[in-house]
Design a binder for this molecule. Sequence first.
Ligand code: ADP
Ligand code: MG
Length: 224
Amino acid sequence: MLYLSNLIYHPTACPTAILKAINLELAPQKLGLIIGPSGSGKSTLLEILSGLAEPTSGGVFWREQELLAEQLQQLAGLVFQFPERHFCGGTILEELRLGHPELGSERVRQALSEVGLEHLSLSAQPHALSGGQQRRLALAVQLIRQPNLLLLDEPTAGLDWSMRRQLVNLLAKLKQDWTLLVVTHDAGDMLAIADSCWTLNHGELKSVDPAILKAKVQEPQPAA
Ligand SMILES: Nc1ncnc2c1ncn2[C@@H]1O[C@H](COP(=O)(O)OP(=O)(O)O)[C@@H](O)[C@H]1O
Ligand SMILES: [Mg+2]
């Protein structure tokens, strides 16, 4: 269980807090979805949850235990927005083993098969893959570390309709084994598979019922 208690992030240079007293609970093997416009604080929250930034006050807990940034780096795996821009391995194998040269071929195969890329050659270049395959590889790069919590920043951004659908299906499958927290400015794709939802506006997080949001998205639009 991930649990955030009154988490505040307020860099001294900022006139107002970027994240304002955030409370959140996410159960294991669930997909949590945070929806907020650009600049609302989504990526900042993921940076804190992955141990890349420290909150000003409040805590991040995992099963009752409060975690420091260093422990969060171990616990969480963050897939950045447009993760393919950060690929630096010359081959799929290098990309998966970056920072973990000790990982055996069994773990490599397992990570690729979790994201449906088991048919690819380990010597293929990450940059030569399709957009959808690159997103899957970026997920595998985090899954190979077997994190307790998988954090995804705008996972469908920049993908076409069919690739978005494939990625949503993959995330639905992954939540059978992993705990996922997704942030997005566009709820449309992900609502169908979300177990819990929140909106984030100017750093304020509010819980919303996914069913109510789904009904809103499906409402017939007035004729133009
Ligand atoms: N370290 C920082 N210092 C000052 N401002 C920051 C810092 N990090 C993020 N911001 C500001 O915080 C707000 C939230 O940013 P961000 O988390 O990137 O939002 P989102 O991912 O929802 O688009 C923005 O206004 C951004 O400019
Ligand atoms: Mg962002």
